[in-house]
Design a protein around this ligand. Structure first.
Ligand SMILES: Nc1ncnc2c1ncn2[C@@H]1O[C@H](COP(=O)(O)OP(=O)(O)OP(=O)(O)O)[C@@H](O)[C@H]1O
Ligand SMILES: [Mg+2]
Length: 209
């Protein structure tokens, strides 16, 4: 079972948004679970307002990520872990040691890039225990017209971890869908471009798994 951890050192980078949208795309093909390792419990809150028939299970994992991971057994094909926004958190440390792939969303802002330097060193440290850990930086909330978005790729190239080709744009549908416990994949035409970029990201992730 591939384990994908959504990690970062900055609040609001988009970990939960991406976790839920990636997980529902995976779940349309095979059984998928989210372990919510963030004490804020945002993924669990989303699941709480989601339709009873939502195709995804979300479990609390903020007290002990390893235990939660062992508790889910082998009934799922994909497991995503939504982490708190700090490299010093025990939850993120644990998640990086069981993950196959860490996705690190970064917003187009110098503050976010600076904070990401610390994630790099944590990934390096985790590789001592988990040598097969892969990691991908991901530009989230990309805005075509802003100068910062334009220089973002060059700025990320200064870091040692690779950046995904796919960029996730800033789109209202990512916010609106959450309100209803849904995802961009349930929003027909309004969510089509967002859904397409999430599927493109999954294809790219699969090349790293
Ligand atoms: N691509 C996007 N387009 C528009 N809004 C987005 C996008 N990604 C995230 N957001 C919004 O940005 C805010 C922060 O996103 P989210 O809660 O997913 O980040 P997070 O990294 O999980 O935050 P935290 O560190 O607090 O857990 C939310 O309001 C979310 O709706
Ligand atoms: Mg979150």
């Amino acid at each position: 079972m591939p384990v994908i951890a959504l990690v970062g050192n900055k609040g609001g980078a988009g970990k939960t948004t991406l976790c839920v949208n990636l997980a529902t795309a995976f779940a349309s093909k095979s059984p998928t679970v989210i372990l919510d390792a963030d004490p804020q419990q945002s993924s669990l809150q989303w699941r709480g307002i989601a339709d009873e028939n939502a195709i995804i299970d979300v479990y609390e994992a903020n007290h002990d990520v390893n235990q939660a991971y062992h508790n889910i057994g082998n009934q799922y094909t994909n497991c995503l872990i939504d982490c708190p926004p700090s490299v010093h958190s025990e939850q993120m440390q644990q998640a990086l040691r069981i993950a196959d792939l860490a996705i690190i969303p970064v917003q187009p802002s110098p503050l976010d890039i600076w904070a990401t330097v610390h994630v790099e060193s944590e990934v390096e440290a985790a590789r001592k225990d988990n040598p097969n850990l892969k990691a991908l930086l991901l530009i989230n909330q990309f805005e075509t017209r802003t100068q910062l978005s334009k220089i973002m790729r060059r700025a990320l190239a200064e870091l040692s971890l690779p950046a995904a080709e796919t960029q996730v744009k800033r789109r209202a549908v990512y916010r609106n869908s959450f309100l209803e416990g849904r995802t961009v994949h349930d929003f027909g035409k309004r969510g089509a471009q967002a859904s397409e970029e999430i599927h493109q990201l999954i294809q790219e992730m699969e090349n790293h798994l």
